[in-house]
Design a protein around this ligand. Structure first.
Ligand code: SAM
Length: 263
C-alpha cells in the first residue's frame, strides 16, 4: 500500500513535482529556489503562492514544499517535510541513433516508466539516418525532455544520458543482465532471465537493447549474445523501435519495480 504521506494533497491527488538544486542536507523550514525553467511550468499549471508542491533534485531526494515566491524569472519554496525516498528502477535502455522526433518520444516514455539510463547506440544500420540524434541540439532537447518527463511522472531520478556510442564500446562497459529486443526471441513473460540482484556494482541490473529501423545485423546479434544478452520477443508483429523500447521496459518494470532486493 502506498504511504499516505507520500507527496499527496488532502484529496489524495499526487502533488505536482518540480526540480530544484541543493536539496542535500536540508532542514524543514529552509528555503530553496526552483530551477529557473520551472517558472513557465508553474504558471501554466496556475500554481499560486501558498500551494503545496513536491520538489526533487533528480538524484532521489524529495520534499513536500510550499511555494512562497513566484516572480518572472524565479520561484522560491519553503521546505515542509522530506518525502520517503523511492529507489530508482535499475533498468537502462539502449536506443538506436535514429529519427530525432521518434527518439525524443522514446526518451520521454522510458523516463516516465522510470529508466535510470538511456544510451544511444550506433548500430550498423543507424548510419543511414543522417545526423539525427547526434547533434548538440539533440542532446539539449533530450535533456530538457527527460527533465519534463521525470517531473510530469512524479519521478525523482533523472536518467543518465549517454552517446552516441558504438555497440563495441557499449558492450565493453556492460554489466548485469541484458535483453535484446528481437522478434525471433522468446517471450519475456515465460523464461527471460531477470536479475536477481536489483543493484549492480555500477550501472543497471538490466539493460534493454533495441535495434534500428533497418534491423540488427547477424554480427550484432552474435556480439550481443556473446555478452549475455537474451533475445526477447514482444510478439510476432514488427514494431517501430520506440514501441519496442516502451513495451519491453513496461514488461521489465512490471516484473522488477516492486520487488524486494535480494542480496
Ligand atoms: N526490418 C527490421 C527487422 O526485420 O529486424 C525491423 C526492425 S524494427 C522496426 C526495430 C527494432 O525494434 C528491432 O531491431 C527490434 O530490436 C525491435 N523490435 C521490433 N519488433 C519487435 C518484436 N516484435 N519483438 C521484439 N523486438 C522488436
Amino acid at each position: 500500500m502506498s504511504d499516505p504521506r507520500d507527496g499527496r494533497d488532502r484529496q489524495g491527488s499526487a502533488l505536482p513535482t518540480f526540480l530544484a538544486d541543493g536539496l542535500a542536507g536540508r532542514e524543514p523550514g529552509t528555503s530553496v529556489d526552483l530551477a529557473a525553467d520551472e517558472v513557465p511550468h508553474l504558471r501554466a499549471a496556475r500554481i499560486r503562492r501558498g500551494a503545496r508542491l513536491a520538489i526533487t533534485d533528480g538524484a532521489g531526494r524529495r520534499w513536500e514544499a510550499e511555494l512562497v515566491e513566484l516572480g518572472r524569472r524565479g520561484a522560491r519554496c519553503r521546505l515542509v517535510r522530506g518525502l520517503p525516498a523511492r529507489p530508482p528502477l535499475p533498468v537502462g535502455v539502449w536506443a538506436p541513433v535514429a529519427n530525432r522526433d521518434r527518439s525524443l518520444w522514446l526518451l520521454e516514455k522510458v523516463v516516465e516508466l522510470g529508466a535510470s539510463a538511456v544510451s544511444w547506440i550506433e548500430w550498423d544500420r543507424s548510419r543511414s539516418v543522417g545526423d539525427a540524434g547526434r547533434s548538440a541540439g539533440f542532446r539539449r532537447r533530450a535533456e530538457a525532455r527527460a527533465r519534463a518527463a521525470m517531473t510530469q511522472s512524479g519521478g525523482s531520478w533523472l536518467p543518465r544520458l549517454r552517446g552516441p556510442v558504438s555497440l563495441l564500446e557499449a558492450l565493453a562497459g556492460h554489466e548485469g543482465a541484458g535483453w535484446l529486443a528481437d522478434v525471433d526471441g522468446h517471450s519475456p513473460l515465460v523464461g527471460a532471465s531477470v536479475p536477481v540482484r536489483l543493484r549492480h556494482r555500477s550501472g543497471e541490473a538490466l539493460t534493454i537493447a533495441v535495434g534500428p529501423e533497418g534491423g540488427l545485423t547477424p554480427a550484432e546479434r552474435r556480439r550481443c549474445a556473446e555478452a549475455g544478452f537474451e533475445p526477447v520477443s514482444l510478439g510476432r508483429r514488427t514494431l517501430r523501435f520506440e514501441t519496442a523500447a516502451v513495451a519491453a521496459l513496461a514488461v521489465a518494470s512490471a516484473i522488477l519495480d516492486n520487488r524486494e532486493e535480494i542480496t
